[in-house]
Design a protein. Sequence first.
Length: 122
Amino acid sequence: MMTQALGRTIDYVSVRIASLADTGMPMPEILTANRLFDGDVVYRTATGDWVADIGAAELIDGAEQLVAAEAAAQADVKASKVLDVVTVPVDVTDGRIVPKRLRERIRAFGPTVKSDHRPGAV
């Protein structure tokens, strides 16, 4: 995938593979997106489905696997199944997938405020 940035063309795939190679050991990652039909947060499984359960997400731990998964996800974007596909670094703790970034933890596990404290709650 080629991208224009600051007047230069960047080969996104090559940059992505190089960044994984620099770490010595790939960090597990997952793909997340929003389902176009209802806007729900979804995760790509090993079978190529998009599900709401982060525990069912495919753990991606290699550059070639990541490139293939991202290409398949972009095909789903073109087919209007999902939008805003993002690669998320994760930890696996006690068999549970936990995103490293706070934003993604909130998307995966819910709001940070109880529903009865939100404006307009009954």
